[in-house]
Structure formats: structure tokens, C-alpha cells
Design a binder for this molecule. Sequence first.
Ligand code: PEP
Ligand code: MN
Length: 612
Amino acid sequence: MADADGAIEAAVLPAVNRIAGALVEPLEALAAELVEKGSRLRVVAEVPVPVRLVLAAPRGVDPEEIREVHSQLQILRQCRKLVTRLGAVAVESADTAVAAARVAELGGPRAAVSSEEAALAAGLVLLEEDVSDVRPNVSRFWLLERTEGPGRTPTAARTGADEAGLDGGFPLPPPPEPRVVLFRSARQLSTLSDAGAEVVTLPGVADVPVRGFAIVPEKACGAVAAKGTREGEPPLVWLGPPPEFVRPPRIPGLPRATEVKPPVAVAIGPFAAGAGRRAVIAGPCAVESPEQVLRIAKAVARAGATALRGGVFKPRTSPYAFQGHGLEGLRWLRAAGDSVGLPIVTEVMAPAQVEPLARLADVLQIGARNSQNFDLLREAGGAGRPVLLKRGFGTTVEEWLASAEYVLAAGCRDLILCERGIRTFERTTRGTLDLGGMLAARSLTSLPLIVDPSHAAGRRDLVVPLARAAWGAGADGLIVEVHDTPEAALCDGAQALLPADLEALCDEIGVLPGEDGSVERVRTAIDAVDREISALVSRRLELCRRVAGAKRRLGRPIRDEAREATVKARFAEALGGSVPETGAERLADALIGLGLHAEGWPGAGAPEGPDA
Ligand code: PEP
Ligand code: MN
């Protein structure tokens, strides 16, 4: 439907077919409408319509005799098996109704593939139904509507009153709608595909070699919108209002711990966690002697830890167990930290300990047992030192954040939160590591969140797997207990990692070894990276083989230069600063070359890449 100027007012547009992919002609028309006429359109709904195709021929034609099958190009691509089975040649026509009429006019031994209606209208008889290679074959139509301005159209601004038939109404979220965007650069395509959008590419034109539409999942809209448009690049055109990035609701009454702002990092010397920085804190549960803590400090620094932990006031279940070496132990910890260049983290158990500890320690840890000791939280928060606040094993996420608020309210500028396992009915592990709670906290606070797998597990064999899980869940860091003679440890020996275990963990999660690491230590880390790269390259080649299979099935060309440009742009963006100018391109070329070889592209696979 068009208005007086011929601009689209409302339309139903076939956009994507399950087999043929992008339906180029209608999408070209839509792109031209958006770019040339600047129309504001939005996709109100996406409607799947099953495509039922029949094989039809003039009366009296024996199916065995058919030598030509007429249809529209995209449809012929969807019916390869049929054409092969009949031993016929495919003949292209402008659309399926034209094909049916042409076959009726020319007579046998010919047949057409079209809708049942078109075949019957042309006077043909049906020989076979549902002849498409993939069933059900579905085309997705977009229902388009012109919007008034940047806001939502009145139809989208529904309220509960409409739904419930009530007068007063209550706000409902807007109806889910496909978020469609027109992109016109390789970088935008790369951002969209990284965000999990379904991409429908259009053939490139001279001044815009990479372009198409993308259907963006609702949850990825914010990220795509935030990456926006770079200078010199045509802007992304949203079909519908551009999405705003909406943070989840805050907990009322906790203004700062849950303040809506970008993630913050806490940095102390070489240590930094939060806002994309990730690090490991490691060391013994308890400082036992000057020699013990120095040996372990060297080992954890060499592994890759950037902060040293060690308890000097130990909260023990039994009053007869080792209670820590107190302020003397703190001096040993300080000396060990200084000798390896790492900041030190130690637990404070009572308000009276805050002042003497804050003089020597870089970070004050509040332990799980004290996480709701509000006097201690206030005292530690006002000490002028960064604070590491563990979650109590009986506290909810909301209570944990309320404790954080005490620390912040007392003036602390650098607060790190730590999930360390909660108490559940489970007895096979010391605690139950609540990664769900850690992730829930992530959506509520901008503070760095780290994980303590040692106290959650209580047993060495589970520390590395839990650390891996926490890292995979996006923790900003880990705090891990390490001992070189755990059988003789005065506290928590059963859960201590050996230094070698910590090295392997750091290599696995990609934490760099310490600056003073030996050649052998750093080479071990490089070996781990090489193993990972080799596995990724193998996986990429396997995916190339699969995509080649899919392209062949759909009759799409093996080589796609727009796609290659996207791959190169992705490498250039990711490696830009860290390799010489042509390095990223050479690496992308080599991978593309290997990929083309795996896809069976003739002559490809030389290490120089596709141009070789
Ligand atoms: C510790 O880190 O040594 C400790 C006692 O931890 P938590 O308070 O988590 O039990
Ligand atoms: Mn411990």
C-alpha cells in the first residue's frame, strides 16, 4: 500500500525463504525505500507462510517423459532433487504463474513447478504435490508499517487495559516484534553476527559492497545499538525505533551498590578486576611463617596471580584451632608481597583490627562469617583501603548487596564482591558455589564480582573445575588458595591447589604468567595457546566444510567476497593495535585460504591466502 507520493505506507513483503535464504528482489526494494526515500518503516510482525509447490503438466503428459521443468529461479533451486529424479533440465521463468502458463502453451514433454492455484488456473493437471527438497518449506513475510517518528506507533503502545478489557490499565511491555536493521558495512555485519543476529545479505553494489538486513534478538539490541555507527560508515537503519539499552530493575533503597552505571574496575598496582579486566588473587589460606609465605608468593606470582592473599586473623570454627599469627604474620605477608611486587589481601575480623591492618594491607577482606557484621562493614569501608566483601554463606544476593552498601556508605571507593559458596543441604562439597547468584548480582551492580572456588569446593579436585565454571560465567576474577605442602598446612590444606595446578589454571583461562617467569614457564603458557589455536583452526575448517555442504545444497557460490571482507574486518578490528599493520590481514587471508581449500575451492589452500 503506497501513499500519494508513492512511498510505502504499509506492506507485506516476502523476506526470507527457508531454503533460498534472502528474497533479493523485495528486500532490494525495501532497502531503496529506506535509503533513497528515507522512509521510516517498522516491521510489525514476521509471518511464516508455508510454501506448497506442485509439479503440474498439460493433460496426457506421462511423468516419465518430462524433459523440461519450468519455474522461477529461487523455486528451481528448492526443487533440485525433483529435477534430477526426472532427468529433466530446469528452465527459468519470471515467476511461477508465468511458468505454468508457458508450459500450458507449449505442451509436453514439459512440466511446471508452481502453486496449486497457478497450475489449475493455467489448465494443467497436478502430477505431484509438495515437491520442494526441504519440508516444511516456509517463507517468512514481513508486515511493514510506516512510523510517525522516533517513538513507538500508537499500535505498539498497548497497555494492560487493552488486554484485560479494563479502563484504568497497567503498563505492559510492548509486544515482541522482530528487530530488523539495515546494515551497510563489513564492521556492522561483523557486530551483528557476533551479537547472534540472523543475517540476510544482499548482493553488494559499487559504493556499498557489504549490505543486507539482520534480525536482531531482543536481548542483543542494546549491544548492537551501543556499538552504533563509526565515522565514514553509512548509519544502521532500524526498521522501527532504535532500541534503548534498558538495565534490569534496581533494588529499591540501595542507591549506590545498585546504581545504574557502566561496570567499574578496581585496580591496585598490577591487579585489576572489573570492566573487562580479569585477574587471579592467590596465596595460602593462612600465613604460617615468613619462609612459607615468601615461597608461595613467588610461586603464585610466577603462575600469573597479580595479588597475594594470606590470612593472619583466621575465623575458625573451633577456638582450639590455629587462629593466625596476627600482626606479626601481616608483616611477613607484606614482606613477601613486596619481594614479588604483588599487593596483599588479608581478612579483617573485628572493627578494632581495621586500623592496624589498613596500615600494611592493600586490600581488606571481609569474610563470609562477617558479611553482616555491620559495625565491621562501616569501619572497613571508612579505612581508605579497597575492600573485598565475601558473600555470607547464609545471605541472599539482595542482603549481600545491602552489605556492600554499608561499605560504600562509609566512604569506600574500591569495593570488590566475592561469591564463595552458600550453605545448602549438599554435603559432598563444603559450600554450593552459587554462580546463578553471581550472575544475578551482575545484573544488579556495576561492582567487580569475583569467585572463590576454594571455599566453595573444600576439596582440591573440584577447585579447578569450579574456577573454570566461574570464569566461563564471566567472573571478573578468582581468589584461590595455594600451598606447596598442603598436607602440612595449618588451615584448609585439603582445598589448596599446588603451585603447578595454579599455573595450569592460569594458562587455561588465559591469565598471563608473571613478568619474572622463567623461559620454561612462559613457554608452557605459549604451548597452551598453540594447542588452543590449533583446536580452533580445526574447528573453523570443519565449519567451512559444513558451510560448503549447505552452499552446494542451496546452489549458492562457494566463494563469497562480501563474507571474506567481513572476516577480514573482524580480524582487523580485534587485532588492530597488537600486530603490525598488514598482520591482521595476512592472518585472515591465511585462514580464508585454508577455509576455501576445505570447502573444495579449486587452487585454494596455499598459506598466502586466496590471492595466491
Ligand atoms: C578465607 O578466605 O580464608 C576465608 C575464611 O574465606 P570465607 O570467609 O569465604 O570462609
Ligand atoms: Mn581458607
